[in-house]
Design a protein around this ligand. Structure first.
Ligand code: NAI
Length: 241
């Protein structure tokens, strides 16, 4: 049993990878450049007694992504990735008037086009095996829209819509497709934000932890969640619903 977590070397992705390993999955983590973080995560995964491997590719690069996934498939004849977590993401915040075209494009490519690049090659094996779980890591920003994040809100909002569309395409094949929409979570991504000021707006009065997001993703990836599909579940300490 194999699971793939994109951007799985650190932050929320790493926490998800560890949860999936505890569920008994052999975990493939994708990473872009931080080999050291990927090695650390592989070590943690292997300590849990599962197989772990790292695949380096840029999820925004279609050719690179497809080639890496094809190679993995060739090296694992008879196996398939039954759990896919589209987690890799970046933000490049600015007010739209100041936002450079490359920051708009880069965020769309990494957070939304990546959904197509990674999911499509893995879908046929899931269909053939009549079982699959796809979980997309969206954001509060994609539900509500946040100022300074037209690019990120558009990408994550698009991801939520794609989740709902794909769920209807593949439900008959026993594949579920869901999204999670975290609020503020303590990872590298929120470095530089004023946590003390922001947490006053959060009913639970704190940022979330990566493992709290991972717990929800792991549930959606489990057999127990077999009747949930096309959903986007908010996990934001009560900030927005
Ligand atoms: P992070 O910055 O620690 O992790 C992001 C991961 O994505 C890293 O491992 C990074 O290497 C990988 N990545 C980025 N671009 C990539 C590319 N082109 N190809 C392959 N991998 C790439 O941040 P965090 O918080 O763990 O983010 C995980 C996901 O959660 C992202 O999709 C993010 O948008 C989402 N999220 C995070 C929130 C937060 O407050 N931290 C809130 C809502 C959503």
């Amino acid at each position: 049993m194999y699971a793939l977590v994109t951007g799985g070397s650190r932050g929320i992705g790493r926490a998800i990878a560890l949860r999936l390993a505890r569920m008994g999955y052999n975990v493939v983590i994708n990473y872009q450049s931080n080999k050291e973080a990927a090695e650390d995560t592989l070590h943690m995964l292997r300590e849990l007694g599962v197989e772990a491997e790292a695949l380096r590719f840029d999820v925004s690069n279609r050719e690179e992504t497809v080639a890496a996934l094809q190679t993995w498939q060739q090296e694992h004849e008879g196996e398939y990735i039954e759990v896919l977590v589209n987690n890799a993401g970046i933000r490049r915040d600015n007010l739209l008037v100041w936002m450079e075209p490359e920051d708009f494009d880069r965020v769309l490519q990494t957070n939304l086009m990546s959904f197509y690049n990674v999911t499509r090659p893995l879908l046929i094996p899931m269909i053939v095996h009549k079982y699959g779980r796809i979980v997309n890591v969206a954001s509060l920003s994609g539900q509500k829209g946040l100022p300074g994040q037209c690019n990120y809100s558009a990408a994550k909002g698009g991801l939520i819509a794609a989740t709902k569309a794909l769920a209807q395409e593949v439900g008959k094949k026993n594949i579920t497709v869901n999204a999670v929409a975290p609020g503020f979570v303590r990872t590298d991504m929120v470095e530089g934000l004023d946590e003390a000021a922001l947490k006053k707006q959060i009913p639970l009065n704190r940022f979330g932890e990566a493992d709290e997001i991972a717990a929800l993703v792991a549930f959606l990836a489990s057999k127990d969640a077999g009747y949930i599909t096309g959903e986007c579940i908010a996990i934001n300490g009560g900030l927005y619903s």
